[in-house]
Structure formats: structure tokens, C-alpha cells
Write a protein that binds this ligand. Structure first.
Ligand SMILES: [Zn+2]
Length: 158
């Protein structure tokens, strides 16, 4: 059975290709807690934070583990393969700068190797009418002109 479209997706957007958001509206925050994520992404690797004490995965990394209150993370590299947990399709320019970047699909992605961690990222290069919760995704590392490498996701089976 063909799954139905999300009820809020106007049918005329069904075949539109999901696009990345404008760089100018997305400035990653790199601090001592998130630097390992960005450093790995710049090398085309997906490393995610895990409590060094109890092993609970959490994103974003926090100063104290929510489970055991310990400080400190390790950053295991995992396979750049995830599953779409949830998403929305942005079809209206809520800001003028995004008008040329529609449709935009912010999503949460989970990973078999990273417990219940959910990473927020854009799904790109797929018709929005084909995007489904539970679909397998593959990370893509996009080097931007400003030197930042961002992690985006495309369908695992293109
Ligand atoms: Zn912990």
C-alpha cells in the first residue's frame, strides 16, 4: 500500500526536491562541548557524544550527563547510516532568505549504534513526497564556502 502524504503537505510539492537551508541562517556553534562533532564532520566522519562514565548517548552534549550526572564524553565514530525518526516539510518562506531554498526538510535522525540519540539535520536531494518516517538514510558531509562542514542526510537507497 502506498503510504499517504503528510496531511499538511500541499500536493503540488510532492515531487519537489528537498533542498538545504541557506548557509546564512545556520551558523553552527562550536564550543568545547561540540568541537569534536564538527572536527569529525570536516573529515567526513560521524562522531556522536556518549557519556564517558555510564555510556548513555545524548545530543546535544551537555556539561553533565542527564542519566548519571558525570562530566565528560567520548566521541565514538559510528557508521554514517541512520533512520528517519521525524520530519517536517517547510514550504513557506517564514523568512525572506529561505524563499529560494524551499522545500526544506528539518528532521531528527536516529542511529542503531547510538542508543536513543536523535540528531537534528536536513534531509536533502529526495522528492519530499517520498520521505517517510523509518526510511534508511545516509549521512552526507557538505563542505560550505565558509569552511564549515555540515552533516545532511540523503536516502540510503538512491
Ligand atoms: Zn552518564
Amino acid at each position: 500500500m502506498e503510504p499517504t502524504l503528510p496531511p499538511t503537505l500541499p500536493p503540488e510539492w510532492r515531487d519537489a526536491i528537498a533542498r538545504p537551508p541557506p548557509d546564512a541562517l545556520f551558523t553552527p556553534t562550536e564550543d568545547r562541548f561540540t568541537a569534536p562533532f564538527w572536527a569529525a564532520a570536516a573529515q567526513g566522519r560521524l562522531s556522536l557524544p556518549r557519556c564517558a562514565s555510564c555510556g548513555v548517548w545524548a545530543m546535544p552534549p551537555l556539561p553533565f550527563c542527564a542519566a548519571c550526572h558525570a562530566q565528560g564524553h567520548d566521541w565514538p565514530e559510528i557508521a554514517p547510516e541512520g533512520v528517519l525518526h521525524s520530519f517536517t516539510v517547510v514550504t513557506r518562506a517564514i523568512l525572506p532568505e529561505i524563499a529560494d531554498h524551499l522545500p526544506y526538510v528539518p528532521a531528527t535522525v536516529t542511529f542503531a549504534q547510538a542508543g536513543g540519540l536523535r540528531l537534528v539535520a536536513a534531509v536533502v536531494d529526495v522528492p519530499v513526497g517520498r520521505i517517510r518516517i523509518g526510511m534508511p538514510l545516509r549521512a552526507r558531509f557538505d563542505a560550505r564556502a565558509d569552511g564549515v562542514t555540515v552533516v545532511r542526510f540523503v536516502p540510503a537507497k538512491a
